[in-house]
Design a binder for this molecule. Structure first.
Ligand code: SF4
Ligand code: SF4
Length: 177
């Protein structure tokens, strides 16, 4: 079996990050090929996969300002763990139980998430009302500059439809396979 990065060379094409409004159409056209790339990478992850992701993640976020997007906060909910609930309750001067009752539900995996999307803490200018105390999952989104990226590929697969940066990153990986 061949290594998908066998002929690896520096990224040849300049990275373009799509507008959030273009994402759905682009994924409709390119999603199948991008998902095939992620599948290959999952089956045979190259040794430098984390470095590749990190480099592309940094390139993408040099080109995109999350305040011009907000798509993640508008369309999906982060998972919230006990520490997130404690921190947010404290910030809002609420009891954790009251915070949970007001804002959260359990998803099908029995994990807490916000009851509604867009997020109740998203402002109209795409800023976050609880930014310094936002959940860990919000801090780490879109999870493209983490260690052991081969374990995060299913998430990238899902997030190409949500995050223009993930789309741009996976599109570049596509050119290397
Ligand atoms: S808590 Fe803040 S960062 Fe997290 S989804 Fe809500 S608005 Fe977005
Ligand atoms: S993380 Fe991605 S989806 Fe969320 S605001 Fe930034 S570019 Fe948009």
């Amino acid at each position: 079996m061949s290594n998908p990065f066998k002929h690896q060379k520096p990224v040849a094409t300049p990275m373009t990050v799509p507008q959030p409004s273009e994402l759905r159409k682009l994924v409709f056209k390119q999603g199948k090929a991008m998902r095939a790339t992620l599948k290959k990478l999952k089956q045979r992850p190259p040794k430098d996969l984390d470095e590749q992701f990190e480099k592309l993640h940094n390139q993408a976020f040099k080109k995109i300002d999350c305040l011009n997007c907000g798509n993640c906060c508008k369309t999906t909910s982060p998972m919230l763990f006990e520490k997130d609930i404690e921190r947010l309750s404290q910030r809002l001067k609420m009891k954790p139980g009251d915070f949970t009752a007001q804002y959260l539900i359990l998803d099908t995996d029995q994990l807490f998430c916000f009851k509604s999307a867009p997020c109740p803490f998203l402002n109209s200018d795409n800023s976050c009302d609880v930014y310094d105390d936002r959940p860990k999952a919000c801090r780490e989104f879109p999870h493209t500059n983490q260690r052991k990226m081969h374990t995060q590929l299913a998430l990238a697969h899902h997030n190409i439809e949500i995050c223009p940066a993930v789309y741009a990153i996976v599109e570049q990986l596509n050119t290397l396979v």
